[in-house]
Design a protein around this ligand. Structure first.
Ligand SMILES: [Zn+2]
Ligand SMILES: [Zn+2]
Length: 629
């Protein structure tokens, strides 16, 4: 999720307005009411029509009111500047109750900066703001309106009233005829109006509006769960099984944490069938999941459950137990936290572990998945350059952030998802092993949930609890484990040492095996996998043979060792040479053909596997069972 700066403004009046509202409004009472009306009269245009009606207390009738579009939205840390899709912003005095048509006097609007519009009430006790938002992305962050449905994530379409995010808000949706509305706060069918305690909860409630979504329900621990599916491709008769397996995941995760605090929860799942749209996003009482395939297709079923296991774990880890900085937020700048390796990384770890505990995966599948993650992290050049904490702070650059400026992030960064996942697994196994099974990461997570969420007083209007710092995690983990973890945090969280996989895995009778790949060289370059047949270089490792040879990103490889080379022959050809050999290579760069030489280096492609130890003891096997079942 990315970030742009705020631009200064045009006229003195606007600057006065800006500072006035900043100083005065922050200390005044809530607005008398804030109502959002959402219409979609022309779905094909991809334009949501938003009206915001505000009733002003007497002391604000002559103060400019500012409306602001968020730069990003919670759960995705890159900045996208949602204001870029706003058009036709107008303001009028008074409120015209639908369906009546009133003659409302217009009120002057000043665009204050890239994300802010200011409206002068000029003595009116109420204002109606209208604007349209273009929305044509099906995702966990953006929104989409087309002939099939309206699916929105509120942060991309609803402006907040500056200094009034804590105020209660009402939402009224006017759907096209025959379209039904559903979200994680729907209490009855046919509902078109909602009351939210504040804007943050309004945008935490993604909503689906369409004629043909389906809904199945089940109960666990007295809580009601709804599985809403909107399929743009064949389901292959798999819907019922999918719902049953989702229930198994809910049971496994509730068993670890105890029953969640809500009464109802909704899985909003889209099968986009466009091979492009894929996402998952956590919310307080719902999740929005988008799969790029169709449910009937190979692999999509398991993919969906994997995303469900991850997103549902967020009910506890991130939506409630969360890093200190995560909520309420300043939507004029990216959120920075050191804790995403816990918030996202541990959730990744448990998402996979819960696939095992729910009985959807077996031990072999789970362990193989962990080995894949080790493979990914240990083969990444950024692993020895960027720590888990630094990765978390770099989230605005890493979390699906668009880059129009070329970067070296492929060589310098790691993702806090897989890195945090491995820290979680290793920490879990060290604690289980050293305490002989008396404590685990499950206990640490539950202790943190109690201390920083359940028993922590309200820190803000937004949510109970104050959230944690990395130091808090270290303290609670050490307390629960019964031994000091400061050295672990120093080496593996704040620095970039390789995790102690061997010690961790040995406690459960497993070991990590590192082998050279059958074709152990790649010369330090990565080919662009977006081009199926092409040989275009996507990335060059720093200090690699490819860099020494003068190769560059964007070069198209034509020949290796004097022969035309393809994706199929690239690795086998390289594998014929030994370290120190000089291999001619010809590339096309822009309009030139260039021939140079690669001096082969040491093997640089390795495979990591987790295997059972032949001499695993009964105690170790028992510890493994307690971990996985
Ligand atoms: Zn839909
Ligand atoms: Zn997540």
């Amino acid at each position: 999720m990315t970030f742009q700066f705020r631009r200064g403004i045009l006229c003195v009046a606007a600057i006065v307005a800006f500072s006035l509202s900043g100083m005065v409004v922050a200390q005044t009472a809530p607005l008398k009411s804030i109502t959002y009306r959402l219409s979609m009269s022309r779905p094909n245009s991809h334009l949501f029509e938003v009206a915001i009606e505000v009733e002003l207390p007497d002391q604000l009738k002559d103060t400019p009111i500012q409306f602001q579009m968020a730069k990003w939205s919670p759960g995705r840390y890159a900045v996208f500047d949602f204001a870029k899709n706003v058009q036709e912003f107008h303001a009028a005095a008074g409120v015209c109750p639908p369906p009546g048509r009133c003659d409302q006097a217009m009120r002057p609007v000043t665009r204050v900066n890239d994300q802010t519009w200011s409206v002068a009430p000029l003595g009116s006790s109420a204002l109606t703001i209208k604007y349209k938002v273009f929305a044509n992305d099906l995702s966990g962050t953006f929104s989409q309106l087309d002939s099939r449905h309206g699916n929105y994530n509120g942060g991309t379409i609803f402006m907040y009233v500056v200094d009034h995010k804590p105020d209660p808000v009402k939402l009224v949706i006017h759907p096209p005829s025959g379209w039904k509305i559903v979200n994680g706060r729907t209490e009855r069918s046919g509902q078109t109006e909602w009351q939210f305690p504040n804007w943050d909860v309004l945008i935490d409630t993604p909503t689906e509006i369409a004629p043909d979504w389906t809904q199945e329900s089940f109960q666990v621990d007295g809580k009601k769960y709804h599985v809403v599916l909107h399929s743009f491709g064949a389901e292959g008769g798999k819907r019922n099984n999918l719902v049953r397996d989702i229930e198994k995941i809910v049971r496994a995760e509730s068993a670890m944490w105890g029953p969640p605090e809500f009464d109802e929860y909704t899985f909003l799942i889209h099968f986009a069938a466009d091979d492009r749209s894929g996402d998952g996003m956590e919310h307080l009482t719902s999740t929005q999941i988008i799969e790029p395939g169709a449910l009937a297709e190979e692999g999509v079923y398991e993919e969906t459950l994997g995303t469900v296991a991850h997103e549902f774990f967020h009910v506890w880890n991130v939506k409630r137990l969360r890093p200190l900085e995560l909520g309420p937020w300043d939507f004029t700048r990216p959120a920075n936290t050191r804790g995403l390796w816990v918030a996202e990384g541990f959730t990744n770890y448990y998402g996979h572990l819960m696939m095992r505990r729910a009985g959807i995966w077996n031990d072999t599948r789970f362990v193989a998945r962990q080995a894949e993650t080790i493979d990914r992290i240990e083969n990444a050049p950024g692993s020895r350059l960027m720590s888990a904490e630094e990765s978390s702070l770099s989230a605005p650059f890493l979390d699906d952030a668009p880059h129009s400026q070329l970067t070296n992030l492929a060589n310098t960064s790691i993702s806090y998802y897989p890195k945090g996942e491995l820290i979680g697994m290793v920490l879990d196994l060290l604690v289980r092993g050293r305490t002989k099974g008396k404590a685990s990461l499950d206990d640490i997570m539950r202790a943190m949930y109690e201390e920083f969420y359940r028993k922590s007083s309200n820190n803000s209007y937004y949510l109970r609890g104050r959230g944690y710092t990395t130091e808090d995690v270290q303290r609670v983990a050490s307390q629960v484990a019964g031994f000091d973890l400061s050295d672990f945090f120093h080496r593996y969280v704040r620095n970039t040492e390789m995790l102690p996989y061997d010690e961790a895995l040995s406690y459960v009778g497993l070991k990590l095996v590192k082998t050279k790949k059958a074709q152990p060289y790649n010369a330090g370059l990565t080919l662009d996998s977006d081009e199926e047949a092409g040989m275009r270089i996507l990335n060059i490792r720093n200090n690699s043979p490819a860099e020494d040879a003068g190769l560059d990103v964007g070069d198209e490889i034509l020949e290796l060792a004097g022969r035309k080379v393809t994706r199929q022959t690239w690795f086998p050809t390289l594998a014929r040479y030994r370290p120190g050999d000089s291999v001619p290579i010809t590339v096309k760069r822009d309009r030139k053909t260039i021939t140079t030489k690669i001096i082969m280096g040491q093997p640089d492609r390795f495979e990591y596997k987790i295997e059972s130890k032949a001499d695993a003891t009964e105690d170790q096997k028992a510890l493994r069972d307690a971990w996985l079942k």
